[in-house]
Design a protein around this ligand. Structure first.
Ligand code: NAD
Length: 477
């Protein structure tokens, strides 16, 4: 629900953090690894959302009137506060989302939150003179939009919240945040820590179901929506924001292709390929979700991936040995299971995995690599968002470029080769917001990130990200 912004003290513990955001009468949030209750949280109503927007609107002029240096300093203090509470935040994230503490997971995500706050504080969006001659002087400046609504998913709940709100606050906007109904505790805890530093009502979370998100995206006093989630919900937000002509940044679903050229050393790239596909147990927007491997190296790449997969322990996140966790929720487990079954029925070859223990507790789906699969199989054409990878054989570069571009989404893509020029030439032909060379999914706070086609529009990060939460204004004369 709506939090008042209590100060978090240096000695934040897991229990103190959880109790600060718990409502005993609220909704039970379950650990996806064990089914145990992690905590209970009050789900807000549309009326609660309206009240939060009123408060954020009232707080916005004073926040915008602060000096730029002031807001920068507060973002840096917020980064310090996250670092002081890093371990309890990571534990809560691990319990609620399922991702292990270790590996590129919970501690990594909390670390990224403070890193992004620091980078955002260090990034400026100065106005510029666009024409300056004897007759005309025109400047382009950037003003805050007003109140930003941030709606997020359950896969990287803390990091994506920071991606949405840090630039918004930096530019003088206030923000109302609607976390995913699957991972509200992580976001409420993060904002509790941030609000120990920020002035009241600058950043207000409202946990709730989709109806709260729907109200946020139609609310007359919300000026901009930053949305990260599925394409279907993004489409609903476009419609519900139409009457108020809201500005939107939409980071939607993806089904990223990776193309492996015949010159690679399969063993040398296997580890990076693995994490490109399976970071966060495959529950990542810009994970590699369809792997196209040239016939000359197909068997070698498959064998190398199977070997790496065999070295990656999956289990409860709090166990320091694990680097892979459960699916966050049963619905996602069911999607992955259905798609792997479809692949099996088509005669594709399961190299490893594909046989979940449905009697065991938790939503664990084993790492699954599927070879000899047709490009029109649902495991290839639908976003699996989990630990099951289809590996498709190709022989011709023009053909594989057409296959990679053949879907209606375009978040990321990658090309793997020892020949950087050849890889870059292919990269330029791919319909994706980002194409990585010899890697997949790496993000950087200064490098713009966003999708094309049904993966959405608008850019996050760096100077482009600040523009996304501003309105341009021309001063002519
Ligand atoms: P989702 O669309 O089901 O939910 C996202 C959020 O939207 C939740 O907070 C939900 O409550 C809210 N919501 C639901 N109905 C709404 C409505 N009508 N109006 C406004 N808000 C509404 O997405 P998810 O299942 O939580 O996340 C998984 C999806 O997110 C995947 O498709 C993944 O690729 C995508 N994703 C994209 C990026 C990116 O940067 N492009 C990053 C992470 C995840």
């Amino acid at each position: 629900m709506i939090r008042s912004g209590k100060r978090i003290i240096m000695s934040t513990t897991y229990d103190s953090l959880l109790s600060a955001i718990t409502d005993p009468a609220g909704r039970e949030i379950l650990d996806p690894a064990t089914g145990e209750v992690v905590g209970t949280v009050a789900f807000g109503s549309v009326a609660d959302l309206d009240a939060a927007v009123t408060r954020a609107r009232a707080a916005q002029p004073a926040w915008a009137a602060r000096s730029d240096d002031d807001r920068k300093a507060l973002l840096l203090k917020a980064a310090d506060a996250i670092e002081e509470a890093a371990e309890p935040l990571a534990e809560l994230l691990s319990r609620e989302q399922g991702k292990p503490l270790n590996g590129p997971n919970a501690r990594f995500e909390v670390g990224a939150c403070s890193a992004w706050l620091r980078a955002t504080a260090a990034t400026a969006l100065p106005g510029e003179t666009v024409v300056d001659d004897e007759e005309t002087h025109a400047e382009l400046r950037y003003r805050p939009v007003g109140v930003v609504g941030a709606i997020g998913p359950w896969n990287w709940p803390m990091m994506i919240t920071i991606w949405q709100v840090a630039p918004a606050l930096r530019m003088g906007n206030t923000a109302v945040v609607k976390p995913s109904e699957y991972t509200p505790l992580s976001v409420l805890a993060l904002i509790e820590v941030l609000n120990g530093v920020l002035p009241a009502d600058v950043l207000i979370p409202v946990a709730g179901e989709g109806e709260v998100g729907a109200r946020l995206s139609s609310h007359p006093d919300i000026d901009k929506v930053m949305f990260t989630g599925s394409t279907r919900t993004g489409q609903a937000i476009i419609k519900s924001s139409a009457d108020t002509v809201k500005r939107l940044t939409l980071e939607l679903g993806g089904n990223d292709a990776g193309i492996v050229l015949p010159d690679v050393d399969a063993k040398a790239i296997a580890q990076d390929l693995f994490w490109g596909c399976f970071i966060n147990t495959g529950q990542t927007c810009a994970a590699l979700k369809r792997l196209y491997v040239h016939a000359d190296v197909y068997d070698d790449v498959c064998a190398a991936l199977v070997e790496v997969a065999g070295q990656m322990p999956m289990g409860r996140g709090l166990d320091e040995n694990n680097v892979l966790g459960p699916l966050q929720n049963r619905a996602q487990f069911d999607i992955v299971a259905r798609l792997v079954e479809a692949a099996k029925e088509s005669g594709a070859k399961v190299l490893t995995g594909g046989d979940p223990d449905t009697d065991a507790p938790g939503h664990f789906y084993p790492l699954t690599l599927v070879a000899d699969i047709d490009n029109d199989n649902p495991l290839v054409t639908e976003e699996q968002f989990g630990p099951a990878l289809p590996i498709i054989r190709y022989t011709d570069v023009d053909e594989v470029v057409a296959l990679a571009n053949g879907l209606d989404v375009g978040l990321g893509a990658s090309v793997w080769s020892g020949d950087a020029d050849a890889a870059r030439a292919i990269a330029g032909r791919l319909e994706a917001g980002t194409v990585w060379i010899n890697g997949h999914g790496g993000v950087h706070p200064m490098i713009p990130f966003g999708g094309v086609k049904k993966s959405g529009y608008g850019l996050e990060f760096g100077v482009e990200g600040l523009k996304g939460v501003s309105v341009p204004q021309v001063i002519n004369g």
